[in-house]
Design a protein around this ligand. Structure first.
Ligand SMILES: O=C(O)c1cccc(C(=O)CC[C@H]2O[C@@H](n3cnc4c(=O)[nH]cnc43)[C@H](O)[C@@H]2O)c1
Length: 234
């Protein structure tokens, strides 16, 4: 079955497509309902869904619904893009494969601290990708295998960094879409994975230190290495 790779923006989708096309260049682009752009490669389709968890969930669900209607369901959904790396676990330019996809700010603030929605008695805040697959992908890419946090606001202070690290001591990266992609995949009963190429460190905001080009190149190279794995599951 095919793989659906969900990105936030066109630059990420182009990096993913560039990696997949390095071994097979027969790509074709079409628009889904809602205007989402989907590019087909052998073994994998690449979607641009927008920035943030809500956009990611909406775009992913649209692609999964279209695939179901066409009786061509996906076997795996991958949230892929750039992200912030927690130091020293994930330096700029490195890759992180999620062993847990965590909604880090979905909950309630209380005088005693943050309470995730599952502790409030509803919803969930963690999705677990298939362990064997993620270990294999991380090994292949020489990536850090660790939780990736989904946040609504890019972390930009030492205090927020410390708070997130205290709540999620194993987290290696944060981004803004993984949990939304995972929620949509779960609704359709499809396994999910998340891969982040680190463009910046999580910490006090320093826009001049972002290395988006370097991260996109790492993402492209990761997808080149993964394309046989994606094609395997076709
Ligand atoms: O602060 C800025 O000036 C700025 C400049 C360019 C892009 C941004 C973003 O917020 C991009 C968000 C986009 O990229 C992912 N991303 C990358 N690094 C992080 C991060 O440290 N924390 C959260 N998300 C990050 C995210 O998944 C979005 O798709 C800001």
């Amino acid at each position: 079955m095919r793989v659906l790779v969900v990105t936030a923006v066109r630059a990420e989708a182009d990096a993913v497509s560039g990696g997949l096309s390095a071994v097979a260049d027969a790509a074709s682009e079409r628009r889904l309902p809602g205007g989402y752009v989907l590019t087909a490669h052998p073994g994998a389709d690449v979607l641009v869904a927008g920035v943030g968890s809500a956009a990611a969930a909406s775009g992913t669900a649209t692609a999964l619904a279209c695939a179901d209607v066409a009786s061509a369901p996906y076997g795996l959904v991958v949230s892929a893009g750039i992200g912030g790396g927690f130091q020293p676990l994930a330096p700029v330019g490195s890759l992180v494969v999620a062993d847990a996809i965590v909604a880090a700010d979905l909950g309630a603030e209380t005088p005693e601290g943050f309470l995730p929605v599952d502790e409030l008695g509803f919803g969930r805040t963690v999705h677990h990708p298939p362990a064997e697959l993620t270990a294999r992908i991380a090994g292949l890419l020489d990536a850090v295998l660790a939780p990736v946090l989904t946040v609504s606001t890019v972390t930009g202070s030492a205090a927020r960094t410390a708070e997130l690290a205290a709540r999620h001591p194993r987290a290696a990266a944060e981004a803004m879409e993984g949990f939304g992609v995972a929620e949509a995949a779960a609704a359709y009963g499809v396994p999910v994975a998340e891969i982040r190429a680190v463009s910046n460190t999580v910490g006090p905001r320093d826009r001049s230190a972002w290395r988006i080009g370097q991260a996109l190149e790492a993402l492209r190279e990761a997808c080149r290495q993964l394309s046989p794995v994606f094609e395997e599951s076709t």
